[in-house]
Structures are given as C-alpha cells and as structure tokens.
Design a protein around this ligand. Structure first.
Ligand SMILES: Cc1ncc(COP(=O)(O)O)c(C=O)c1O
Length: 389
C-alpha cells in the first residue's frame, strides 16, 4: 500500500523547518518517538528511575520483539546497544580470531569496522582480505566463493549499504555462500535498517543503529545474533546483567543475546527505539523502500541533467543515499552553501570508506540521503540550488 506522505510529514515537525536530506546521518525523529522518550523521562522525574523502569518492563521487552521482527530474528537473539559501532565491535571481538585465521570483507567497509580489524589484528594476528569489487562496484561473488573454499576463513564482514554510496550490496547472495560454507556473516545493516528488508538475508550477526533510517533517538542500536552461533562466541566483556555470579570462581552467561548487553542504559532511549521500529513496521518496510528508492532515483536523474555533476553511486540495486560530485566545487563548500538555505546534506570523505574511495580516486562526495517524508518539491529545491554553479 502506498504511504500517506501528508501524514508522515504531519508526524515530522522538522519538515516544516528545513529540507532534511541527511537521513543517512540521522533521520528526523517523528512525534510518537519524541513522545515516548519524553513520557519516560517524566516518569523517571516523578517516580525515580528504578520504579519507572519497572513500570515500563513490558514495553522494554517489546523493544526486543520489534527489533527481532524487523530483521527476521527471535527476540532472544537481540541485544540492545548504544550504537551500530558498539554492536559490530562486540560481535567482531567475540569471534575468537587468532593467527592463521582469515577474515573476508568488502572494499566498501565502514572506517570504524575496518579500524577494529586493524586494531585487533595487532594483538590477535589474523589476516584481513578485502574481496575485489565487480564491474558494478559490488562485492565480487565469484571471488568471494573462491576465497571461502579455504577452511581458514572464520568470518565474512559485509557493509550492506556503504556510508558513501546508494549501492545495496548483494547480501542475500553473500549469505547463501557463507551459509553453505558454515562461515558466519557479520552484516553491518546500519544504513539499510529501516529502508531495506533484512528478513530475507541469511545473516548470522547483524549490527544496526536507531538514529538513521529508523528515525529513532541517538545513542541507540542493536546487535542480532543467530542462536546457533551464540555458544561459539565469547562476549568481550560482561557484567551482572549478562551473567550470573554463581560461586567464588564461577559464572554463567545468561541465555540469549542479552549476554552482550551491559546493565546500565537509557531506558527512555530504548523506548524511543521501540516506538521508532514499530512506526517503521506499521508503515511497512516494502512501501518505505519503494518510496525512498523511487525518490532517490528521481534525485539522481535530475542531478545527472546538470552539467558538471557526476553521480557517484554504484551497484545494481540502490537505496536512499545519493552521492555526487560537482566539477570545481568542493563538497564541503556545497554542503555549507545549502545549509544557509536550510537544506541539510552531508559530505562523505575518503577516510570513511578508504579502500573504495582510493579505488575510485575520490576525496569527498556530497551525500543527499532522502527519506519517505521528503518530497519531489524538496528534490526540485535542492536541484535548483545546485544549478546555480
Ligand atoms: C555503514 C555504516 N556503518 C556503521 C556506522 C556507525 O553507526 P553508529 O554511529 O551508530 O555507530 C555508520 C555511520 O554512519 C555507517 O554509515
């Protein structure tokens, strides 16, 4: 069913204030999400934080149910975190890599993930191998299949939607290959969650953030861990919520992915995340994807008509991130100029996806990331301001 854009905009007070094309940085929070957060903060102020959390127990549990529904998991397979990076790093560090082990990745991995590779490689001594991109810029599936034949491969890490491109990596095909080999797939779904259906992907570990396409609060995210892998992973740190201290020298991890969580967290933010995920699920991920990809396609087509503008998105299937360069105009200058017109776009610089940007000889790209609440009139406004050059 088509989305009711008027309703979406009415739910999004920020729309009246600016043209927000930085949803890949952080989506505009809708009213129900804001209301859920504020209501819990009020309860904390009036009743004390422990009593407020007790009263919210069912809703807190429902956050796991909603996140699980979003990615095709069981609620017990979800651990709530404060960011996608935290979720990803927890998963990566829990694999138990050592000398001789190989980790395969794409050439479009996000900087923070790759920094974790490099950092832990120093002490653990495993090997990291970025699989080449094919002609469309996507991970080369044949090269991946060949590399997977080596039994020393212990993990495949894939960023589903790179931070610097509208490309959607062929995660379903990658998942088929990894599943056939019994190698876990760690999927960074940070940019795809909320705009791309994740239920059909055979991920084993998945990291997601709350604040981007889900439009939840900052400081939220989650890790999903397939139960089949749970006992093969060692959480890099635990506390009294992830484990029970059962004897002077003994502890027992709690069942399920909650062993990856720490006890302290912002309950108001958790409830905000719950509301954001419910909001997205009620709208439907399929209609959201169709609307977002459709609007992004219109923006790309309009930008391509402007002399000097080059669309930098690759991949056979694309989503709401639209990246481009303008001859002779630095990306930061364009971003700042648009900001004076109350249009938010962002800049993705080489360091954020170093391998891919160096491969393509790019320093920076402008990133205009659309969401379902954006309109064609807003696209026109952005395009008219770029035409000025
Ligand atoms: C592909 C990708 N992965 C991970 C992250 C990190 O997400 P978070 O800031 O929630 O840790 C980002 C942030 O932009 C991203 O684009």
């Amino acid at each position: 069913m088509a989305l009711d854009i008027e309703r979406l905009r009415a739910d999004t007070p920020g729309c009246a204030n600016l043209v927000h094309f930085n949803n890949a940085g952080g989506g505009l929070v809708p009213r129900p999400v804001h209301a859920a957060i504020v209501a819990h903060l009020e309860r904390e102020m009036m009743d004390g934080v422990y009593a407020a959390a007790k009263a919210a127990e069912e809703d807190i549990h429902d956050t796991y149910v909603q996140c699980a529904a979003l990615v095709g998991a069981e609620p017990s397979e979800i651990a709530l975190t404060d960011s996608a990076t935290r979720a990803w790093a927890l998963a990566f560090a829990s694999v138990g890599l050592g000398p001789g082990d190989r980790v395969l990745a794409s050439r479009s991995e996000y900087a923070s993930n790759y920094l974790s590779f490099l950092h832990l490689q120093r002490t653990l001594g495993f090997g990291i191998e970025p699989i080449p991109a094919d002609e469309a810029g996507q991970i080369d599936l044949e090269a991946l299949e060949e590399a997977l034949a080596d039994r020393h491969v212990r993990l495949v890490a894939l960023t589903h939607v790179p931070t610097n491109s509208g490309m959607i990596q062929p995660a379903a095909a990658v998942g088929e290959l990894t599943r056939a080999r019994g190698v876990p797939l760690l999927l960074d779904a940070c940019q795809s969650v909320g705009q791309v259906d994740l239920r059909s992907v055979q991920w084993d570990l998945l990291s997601a953030t709350g604040r981007k396409y889900l439009r939840g609060p900052r400081g939220t995210g989650f890790l999903a861990v397939r139960s089949a892998w749970l006992d093969h992973l060692t959480p890099p740190m635990i506390d009294l919520s992830g484990a029970h201290w059962i004897g002077p020298d003994h502890y027992e991890l709690v069942p399920g992915a909650k062993r990856f969580e720490l006890w302290e967290r912002s309950v108001a933010s958790v409830l905000g995340l719950r509301t954001a995920v419910r909001y997205a699920l009620e709208l439907g991920i399929e209609p959201l994807e169709a609307r977002i990809a459709g609007l992004a396609g219109i923006l790309r087509a309009r930008l391509e008509e402007i002399p000097g503008v080059t669309i930098q998105d690759r991949g056979a299937r694309r989503c709401g991130l639209v990246t481009f360069t303008v001859d002779g105009v630095p990306a930061e200058m364009l971003r700042d100029r648009l900001a004076t017109e109350r249009i938010n776009v962002s800049v993705s610089s080489a360091e954020a996806t170093l391998l891919d940007m160096v491969d393509r000889g790019l320093d920076q790209v402008v990133r205009a990331s659309v969401h379902a609440y954006n309109t064609e009139a807003e696209v026109d406004r952005l395009v008219s301001l770029i035409t000025w050059g």
